[in-house]
Each structure stands twice: as structure tokens, then as C-alpha cells.
Design a protein around this ligand. Structure first.
Ligand code: K1U
Ligand code: ZN
Length: 175
């Protein structure tokens, strides 16, 4: 398994709609395994393929707390087939938007359809942190970041800071 380099905003790869997976074969399984390794290395509870520069509809998650057994999800082509009218707010972060956090409102419960690691179609119900995380990761597959759910003022403040941080990283020291 390998830790893959993360794509950090602003980057056009994070704004593109990712391509559907035709079937979960060994290539997609390796991508899923490398993404889990990357998610753990970056201390995340989720990761979507566009965040490692790959335009495929693949996400991974582990929402277990540190004192719990890992509960890893590996999904291709995840889609929300039902969402509750009830919404909940949760403070979100993003590995591609480092050091910024904000409350985002989303449907509290969802029904999800996806293709699993064995290339089987599955449906599960999700609520709590799993529902938050899945919706955040599916947003990535559609080129949407959590800051796109904020007011234009809050989004533009964070976007300006991200651009400044990226420019500072690209500049050689003492220039
Ligand atoms: O997609 C990502 O960038 C991963 C992201 C998932 C996520 C976190 C919080 C709310 C919604 C979705 C992260 O894991 S960012 C890291 C982080 O903030 C976090 C990590 C573990 C537990 C709690 C938060
Ligand atoms: Zn994210």
C-alpha cells in the first residue's frame, strides 16, 4: 500500500466532477487501499479520489473513534437515494482545505447505494457522523468543497487565505 500526495485547494482538480467506476477490479481495489493508507497518514476520517488527483467516483471512510475498532468503508459510485427532510449542523474540516473549519447543515439521515470492494451493489442507511462524512465525500466527487456551503463572504475569506498559503509554499525562502 502507498500514501498518495494530497491535492490542496485552490486546485482545478477539486472542482471537476469525477468519472463513474465501471467495475471494482484490482486497479480500483488498489486505489481504495492506498486511499485508506493516505487517510490514516493524514489523520482524516474520510477521503475522496479527487483529493489524491484521481478523477474516479471512489471514497473511503473510517468514522471509528481512536478507542474503537476501525470500521472502514470503501465505496465506488456512491449515491444518495433518499435523504431526510430533517437537517443537522456539524463542524466540518477537509484535508484539502487545511486549518479551516465551519458549521455545515446537511440532511440528518440518508439512504446510500454504492458498489463495494467485492463489486457488489449495496444499500445502507446512515445517520450521525457517517451521514455527514459520506455527504462531504460525495460532494468531492461532484467538485464541491464544504466552503461552497458557506456564505459568499465566509467562502471568499477562506479562499483568499488558501491562495495566500499556496503562493507562500511555492515561493522559495528569503525571496
Ligand atoms: O474529505 C476530507 O477532506 C476528509 C475530512 C472528512 C470530514 C471531516 C469532518 C466533517 C466532515 C468530513 C476529514 O477527515 S478532515 C480531518 C478532520 O477534521 C477530522 C478527522 C477525524 C475526526 C474528526 C475530524
Ligand atoms: Zn474534504
Amino acid at each position: 500500500m502507498a500514501v498518495l500526495p494530497l491535492v490542496v485547494a485552490p486546485d482545478p482538480r477539486l472542482k471537476k466532477k469525477a468519472l463513474p467506476v465501471e467495475r471494482v477490479d484490482d486497479t480500483i481495489r488498489k486505489l481504495m487501499d492506498d486511499m485508506v493508507e493516505t487517510m490514516y497518514a493524514e489523520n482524516g476520517m474520510g477521503l475522496a479520489a479527487p483529493q489524491v488527483g484521481i478523477s474516479s467516483r471512489v471514497i473511503v471512510m473510517d468514522i471509528a473513534r481512536k478507542d474503537e475498532q476501525p470500521k472502514i468503508f470503501k465505496m465506488a459510485n456512491p449515491e444518495i437515494v433518499w435523504e431526510s427532510p430533517e437537517v443537522k449542523s456539524y463542524e466540518e474540516g477537509c484535508l484539502s482545505v487545511p486549518e479551516h473549519y465551519a458549521e455545515v447543515e446537511r440532511p440528518a439521515s440518508i439512504k446510500l447505494r454504492f458498489i463495494d470492494y467485492e463489486n457488489e451493489i449495496r444499500e445502507i442507511d446512515a445517520d450521525g457522523v457517517l451521514a455527514v462524512c459520506v455527504q462531504h465525500e460525495i460532494d468531492h466527487l461532484n467538485g464541491v468543497l464544504f466552503i461552497d456551503h458557506l456564505s459568499s463572504l465566509k467562502r471568499s475569506i477562506i479562499s483568499r487565505k488558501l491562495l495566500k498559503a499556496k503562493k507562500a509554499m511555492a515561493e522559495p525562502a528569503n525571496s
